[in-house]
Design a protein around this ligand. Structure first.
Ligand code: AHR
Length: 505
């Protein structure tokens, strides 16, 4: 029988709350008809005087989203930020080349910043390294952050915003390696250009944090880019979407690829820092992650995934990865936050929470504090190991054959934290097996407070294909209190295809 071992003395690193960040792109109904819907005549009371959807803000507040990335994504690579500021009636409509639509520019920088303030989140802006020039990028930074008596700072003031916005996070382009990207570059060309951009941006505002455009974390692009940009960036961004291709096993095992990508990124960062003789810190910003099958939900159609319970378990496994890698991943943005591959779906008359909302909500509310090392032990004949493949994510195969005596993928996926006050252990367990339940002994060494009372939060539905929708939330969180044995050794019952959170106080 597998046993989960947790020792509160074995701390990994503080969990950075920014791993629960969001992403809003001008794509499909994320902005227009999602978080921004002026003139909603179906239910005008849902919209405030600035056009922001109040229900969307309320639900994102439940998720405690600390930072939001904007305006893309692929969209950014032909975006002219100048079009999206100033009087709305003067803003030009433009062809939009990422999703082949038209951009009205009725929502731009000022609207986004004000929306972030309303949400209580920090803005994170991605620069256009496709059609955009360094001059455009410097202009945008000046518009947002400068208190000088200069053109773009004055334009911001003319537009009604006297104080600088102080946007801290800036990304040097989006997926510049991708053939779908306007302005695709080779790794060498990108690194050379981005280095010069970084230098100039920092001259204008030395306080900003810069994010290099990485790939998956396990590519040569990442190696080349880090080698050049290590001296000038603070974070290395990686992107990955996992998908089921019709197989639940592949769906829930996919995040193993992200875990491996993070480990490899960490080594590439170390290597680059060593090569440059630098002692600074560079960490991973996983600024696009989620379950997304572009065949199931095509990008050009706005990628409105309708998630089921299997997808929710995959999202829970993704979040377990970020907790286990808390020493490397200091920033992660679910892609995306509204309608587009999102945990919430809106219509003019309301919204519903997808299955994936619930693990995200549990994690962002409970899995804060300090990440703890978790060890799951097994006997030879235990059947808690997943033996199948997760192709085409070949990297997950690697995860099964790492040194240190193999690290096989298992059905049980676990992470744990010590709460911010150091008094509670919180454990997130995903039973990824479609049909098998497990009785798992929990062995906690010297809990901070020896009590046998726990609160259990469970995400479960008998039907793995269950979805939430306008007719209600089939998949949500059920919470119960339980009393475990005095010596903090207890058996946890895990239903098939379920997620369990244990708050052990
Ligand atoms: O999030 C959807 C798209 O996926 C983003 O625009 C792009 O960066 C990625 O390929």
């Amino acid at each position: 029988m597998p046993t989960i071992h947790i020792d509160p003395a074995r701390k990994i690193a503080p969990v950075d709350p920014r791993i629960y960040s969001g992403f809003t792109e001008h794509m499909g109904r994320c902005i227009y008809g999602g978080l921004y819907e002026p003139g909603n005549t179906t239910k005008p009371e849902l919209v405030d005087e600035r056009g922001y959807r109040k229900d969307v803000l309320a639900v994102l507040k439940e998720l405690k989203v600390p930072v939001v990335r904007y305006p893309g994504g692929n969209f950014v690579s032909t975006y002219r930020w100048q079009d999206g500021v100033g009087p709305k009636e003067l803003r030009p409509r433009r062809p939009e080349l990422a999703w082949l639509t038209e951009e009205s520019n009725q929502f731009g920088t000022d609207e986004f910043i004000a929306w972030c303030r309303e949400l209580g989140a920090e803005p994170y802006l991605c620069l256009n390294m496709g059609t955009g020039t360094l001059e455009d990028a410097l202009g945008w930074l000046e518009y947002c952050n400068s208190s000088a008596n200069t053109h773009y700072a004055n334009l911001r003031r003319e537009n009604g915003h006297a104080e600088p916005y102080g946007v801290k996070y800036w990304a040097l382009g989006n997926e510049v390696w991708g053939p779908w990207q306007v302005g695709q570059m080779s790794a060498g060309d990108y690194a050379k250009t981005a280095f010069q951009w970084a230098k100039a941006l920092r001259l204008l505002d030395p306080s900003i944090k810069l994010v290099s455009c990485g790939e998956t974390g396990f590519s040569d692009w990442d190696r080349v880019v880090l080698k050049t940009l290590a001296p000038v960036v603070d974070y290395h961004s990686i992107h990955l979407y996992t998908q089921s291709k019709g197989s639940h096993d592949m769906n829930v095992m996919g995040p193993a690829a992200a875990e491996k990508g993070i480990e490899i990124s960490k080594s590439l960062i170390d290597l680059a820092l060593i090569e440059h003789g630098l002692s600074k810190e560079i960490t991973v910003c996983f600024d696009e992650w989620n379950v997304w099958d572009p065949i199931r939900a095509p990008g050009e159609k706005g990628a409105e995934e309708h998630y089921d319970l299997s997808d929710a378990l995959a999202v829970a496994s993704w979040l377990n990865v970020f907790i286990r890698k808390a020493d490397v991943v200091k920033f992660a943005c679910i892609a995306q936050s509204v309608n587009v591959i999102s945990p919430i779906i809106t219509s003019p008359s309301g919204l519903f929470k997808q299955t994936t909302f619930y693990p995200l909500w549990l994690f962002s509310n409970l899995m804060q504090g300090t990440a703890l090392d978790v060890y799951v032990s097994s006997e030879e004949d235990d059947d808690d190991f997943y033996a199948g493949e997760t192709e085409p994510l070949f990297i997950a195969k690697l995860a099964k054959h790492t040194p240190q005596g193999r690290k096989p993928t298992r059905w049980l996926d676990v992470s744990a934290v010590l709460s911010p006050d150091g008094r509670e252990i919180r454990i997130a367990i995903v039973n990824r097996h479609a049909t098998k339940s497990f009785s798992v002994p929990l062995a906690i060494a010297l809990p901070p407070i020896a009590t046998s009372e726990v609160t259990i939060h469970e995400v479960y539905h008998p039907d793995l294909a269950a979805r939430n929708g306008w007719d209600g939330d089939k998949v949500q969180v059920a919470t119960r209190a339980e009393v475990l044995s005095e010596n903090a050794k207890s058996v946890v019952e895990l239903k098939e295809h379920s997620q369990l959170f244990i708050e052990h106080a």
